[in-house]
Design a protein around this ligand. Structure first.
Ligand code: HEM
Length: 392
């Protein structure tokens, strides 16, 4: 007779709602009983569930390659996500400065205005569908501005519409974003006016001992920024909206400016917006306590690591009094999230602008909260909230 837990993982479909409902409990079983557990998904992969094993993977990119970075094959180039050293380092070196907190500060006033305008749209009605009326347009607009920083207002508007299209699941919108980016890149190549932004870095960067990027690589970076930056930050903001509505005392907590330093990491740990990513084994090894062969694929479950009781006491609860929080929400090692400061900044701006004008958020009676499935799992996908306004 087959074991029901092993059987669950064998048949697991990462994008099934039914499997998603059982997944956290099954991952807890796996951490206890079988921490590297086989699945038939997408041709076969081992799901890695313990915190320490996930760190080992992050610390050995030469053995655990990112050439197939997702739980399923994606037929497009996604640098730097799908690169290994040494080329990976070249890409991170020129991209990192554009995602530092100090560089991103220049976009904060615009992010604040965007948040304010979204709140303006709903303030009189006392009610908001929090995801489509706030979390999506705010994160898509912020990301479009940072990635496609263009002076041409009409083109910027097109970029924001296209990025918002991607954020709402319109697959053809990727092409529209790539079209806008390619148009700007072709103008920028001749540009010597000293622009300093993400697209310009794609034109001027030198990798691999001195060559420039191909157009496929340039557009690959734009694509990975959309893939990495949209559902993730929007999911986390949507979770926070839900906690504002459901957790007693949570609004008061977020009204203290220091919440960003103390509490945000616990929310990132608990929500783990990027629940799972992929790796491919490059040489036979037993680093994870079971024989793995060259070519084996792994599903590295960051969220499971973040719920590992061996690392975090009461891991399945939000606890704001953890003395340390070395969570894996942004991954670990060389692929650690490029956009983490940007994500933090967006979350910070979103919460600050919302709570300047709204209070007492509550789920509208009789409405259901629909949740996401897939890599960004369990985030509110549709959520009607009511609120009271704070007088100016
Ligand atoms: C709360 C929000 C976010 C979470 C939880 C998150 C999580 C992660 C995780 C776990 C990884 C590691 C993937 C791996 O090791 O295979 C990663 C990588 C990455 N993220 Fe994020 N991310 C977030 C926001 C963003 C944003 C806003 C951007 C875009 C600006 C972004 C861009 C990237 C990129 C480009 C990588 C690949 C880095 C590399 O391979 O060197 N992420 N992210």
């Amino acid at each position: 007779m087959t074991d029901p837990h092993l059987d669950f993982f064998e048949r697991l479909d990462w994008f099934s709602r039914e499997d998603g409902q059982r997944l956290l409990a099954e991952l807890a079983w796996s951490r206890q009983e079988c921490p590297v557990v086989h699945s038939r998904y997408d041709g076969g992969q081992y799901v890695v569930t313990r915190y320490d094993d996930l760190r080992t993977i992050g610390e050995h990119p030469e053995i655990f390659s990112s050439s197939t970075p997702g739980v399923q094959h994606v037929p497009v180039a996604l640098p730097p996500l799908d690169l290994d050293p040494p080329l990976h380092r070249d890409f991170r070196q020129f991209l990192n400065p554009y995602f530092s907190r100090s560089f991103l500060q220049r976009y904060v006033p615009e992010m604040q205005r965007l948040a304010d305008s979204l709140i303006d749209n709903v303030i009189d009605s006392g009610r908001i569908e929090f995801v489509s009326q706030f979390a999506i347009p705010f994160t898509a607009g912020s990301l479009a501005r940072v990635v496609i920083d263009d002076d041409n207002d009409a083109r910027m508007k097109r970029a924001i519409e296209a990025v918002t299209g991607v954020a709402t699941g319109d697959q053809s919108a990727y092409e529209r974003v790539a079209g806008v980016a390619a148009e700007i890149l072709s103008e920028r190549s001749a540009d010597t006016t000293g622009r300093d932004d993400v697209l310009q870095s794609l034109v001027t960067a030198r990798v691999d001992g001195g060559r420039g990027l191909s157009l496929v690589e340039q557009l690959g970076v734009v694509t990975v920024l959309l893939l990495g930056g949209l559902d993730t930050t929007r999911g986390t903001i949507a979770h926070i909206g839900r906690y504002l509505a459901e957790l007693p005392g949570f609004e008061q907590r977020l009204r203290r400016p220091e919440w960003v330093r103390h509490d945000l990491d616990e929310l990132l740990r608990y929500t783990s917006a990027v629940s799972v990513m992929g790796r491919t084994v490059t040489q036979d090894n037993e680093l994870l306590g079971r024989p793995l062969k060259k070519g084996d694929r792994l599903a590295v479950h960051w969220q499971s690591g973040n719920r590992d009781e061996a690392k975090f006491e009461h891991a399945d609860e939000i606890r704001f009094d953890r003395p340390k929080n070395p969570h894996l929400a942004f991954g670990v090692g060389i692929h650690r999230c490029l956009g983490q400061q940007f994500a933090r900044l967006q979350i910070e701006v979103a919460v600050e602008r919302l709570l300047r004008r709204l209070t007492g958020l509550a789920v509208v009676p009789g409405t259901m909260i629909k949740e996401t499935v897939g890599v960004v799992a369990g985030a509110p996908e549709q959520m009607f909230l009511s609120f009271a306004t704070i007088a100016d």
